[in-house]
Design a protein around this ligand. Structure first.
Ligand SMILES: Cc1cc2nc3c(=O)[nH]c(=O)nc-3n(C[C@H](O)[C@H](O)[C@H](O)COP(=O)(O)OP(=O)(O)OC[C@H]3O[C@@H](n4cnc5c(N)ncnc54)[C@H](O)[C@@H]3O)c2cc1C
Length: 474
């Protein structure tokens, strides 16, 4: 048999439009598809059971897709350098193909693998439409602000999708002899957890199809909706709900982008066109934050800007715990925090509201929220999550100015339906609509729901003072 090559799957758990896999197949050598469970990642405090479960399900589905070509996903666990060395020895593979990942840990891991292995290493840019380093200012520096980044990003041609012709002969024989098989969640060190949505490339394609055919038309209007059940059968128009699929590469950014471009070309009115452009802009935010993480990896540890180094963040575990548990007394904060724990996801508007509350009303450092989100979100992504948190805290790139602090009552009145609040906070079942956004204003508020843990007006003043002091304006 011809000497095989390895395709190493990481955050690209799909067969279609997968650049490194496509190139591995084009090499003409039989492909050994491999996934490695890396204990360093499994043990990270930024990893939690819901996302691992979603990933495990995605791996099952990938394995099934490979089975239709007579192949198997070769599953191993351990240090990628050691695992790949052993596999290369076992299979006599001549090369490893993989798609680049841009987080600080992934880059360090990939550098170590490239350094250690004595075979050809082929890395491709697949996780973004435009990779870090390809969207730069005229002076060659990376952008630090979104709008000019987007202007340049928009002006650059985007890569097309690749079409790969799969057939049985493209994969190596006897792959079942190489795999350790898929572990259970428990084998990986996690307790059983919440139900997660179907994790497959086919499901991602179907969700994208429905969104592009229907909901994208009204995205501009519906994108701030606080939806109860985004992954259920009767999911309402809101956003695309594709983030978990983009996160693990069940869908490629090219598939998303070109589908939106098709929709744009079919759009017959300005509102429709604006909606499509707004959605593409969200895909651009995804790229922007990945570029930021690549060029400024310090954001994982500390603020993007150094303006607030001396800020005295509050160190209050009780307040932090109340926020995590959805027991702050503010329904528009508590409902999404409970939704996060229950389904591993919350709408973007809700993420902004709860992040503002933690960092500006409770004055708790954004990193606590970042880690909590990463532990629970099925779409938890180091770049997007860090970017979102630092934006809310006022310490990031296009950050909310420190004096712009969401009012949890007006945000609730504007975006949260009484149904959404009552669904996630059963204690409010009998609270009339009139009081649902501020139940403490009732003559007899529900006894089993907490009173607000801070007074928003007082908290706002204290936060502005703390930010001003750190800026030397106090
Ligand atoms: C505090 C905070 C934390 C966040 N953490 C994450 C995270 O861990 N993972 C994550 O994917 N997104 C994160 N976001 C961004 C955003 O909330 C989610 O991407 C979005 O809610 C996912 O829903 P959707 O797929 O329906 O999005 P859509 O509105 O349909 O957008 C399409 C895609 O664009 C990308 N996107 C949209 N908004 C953003 C954004 N602001 N930043 C980066 N990418 C974006 C996502 O990949 C999303 O799937 C965070 C935002 C905030 C404010």
């Amino acid at each position: 048999m011809a000497q095989p090559v390895i395709h190493w799957f990481r955050r690209d758990l799909r067969l279609m439009d997968n650049i490194a896999l496509h190139e591995a197949i084009n090499s003409g050598q039989p492909v050994v598809p491999v996934f490695i469970f890396d204990d360093t990642l499994l043990k990270s405090r930024r990893v939690g059971a819901p996302r691992v479960k979603f990933m495990l399900n995605a791996l099952h589905s990938l394995n099934d897709s490979l089975a239709s070509y007579g192949a198997r996903l070769v599953i191993r666990r351990g240090d990628p350098v050691k695992v790949l060395s052993a596999l290369i020895e076992q299979t006599s593979a001549s090369a490893v193909y993989f798609n680049a990942d841009y987080s600080p840990y992934a880059r360090k891991r990939d550098d170590a693998v490239i350094e250690a292995l004595d075979v050809d290493m082929h890395a491709y840019d697949d996780a973004l439409l435009l990779s870090p380093g390809s969207v730069l200012k005229d002076d060659g520096d990376p952008y630090r602000v979104f709008t000019p980044f987007k202007k340049t990003w928009n002006a650059i041609d985007k890569p097309e999708r690749v079409e790969t012709h799969f057939k049985k002969s493209v994969f190596a024989n006897d792959l079942h002899k190489l795999t350790d098989g898929l572990p259970s969640l428990r084998d990986l060190g996690f307790d059983d957890t919440i139900d997660v949505p179907e994790a497959s490339e086919q499901r991602a394609k179907a969700l994208l199809g429905t969104f592009i055919e229907q909901d994208i038309k009204v995205y501009d209007e519906t994108r701030n909706a606080l939806v109860i059940d985004p992954f259920g059968k009767d999911r309402p128009a809101g956003t695309s709900y594709l983030s978990p699929y983009l996160r693990l590469g069940l869908l490629s950014p090219r598939q998303a982008y070109w589908a939106a471009r098709d929709a744009y070309s079919r759009a017959r009115n300005d509102d429709y066109k604006t909606s499509v452009a707004t959605w593409v802009s969200e895909l651009t935010w995804r790229e922007f934050y990945m570029h930021i993480l690549y060029h400024y990896p310090h954001v994982m540890q500390r603020d993007f800007v150094d303006t607030y180094e001396s800020l005295k963040w509050a160190d209050d575990n009780d307040l932090l715990q109340a926020w995590k548990d959805g027991k702050t007394g503010y329904p528009v904060v508590d409902a999404p925090m409970r939704q996060l724990k229950a389904i591993g996801w919350m709408p973007n508007r809700a993420r902004m509201i709860v992040a503002s509350f933690l960092t500006k009303d409770l004055l708790i450092y954004w990193k606590h929220g970042d880690i909590h989100f990463m532990q629970h979100l099925i779409d938890g992504d180091p770049a997007a999550n860090n970017g979102g948190w630092q934006w809310a805290a006022g310490t990031g790139t296009d950050a909310q100015p420190y004096f712009r602090i969401f009012n949890p009552i007006s945000q609730s009145e504007k975006y949260a339906s009484p149904d959404y609040l009552r669904h996630w906070i059963p204690e409010l079942a009998n609270v009339p609509d009139k009081y649902i956004h501020a139940p403490w204003t009732m003559d007899e508020p529900p006894a089993n729901y907490p009173a607000p843990i801070v007074d928003h007006k007082e908290a706002r003043e204290a936060t502005i003072a703390a930010f001003k002091a750190a800026r030397g304006e106090g």
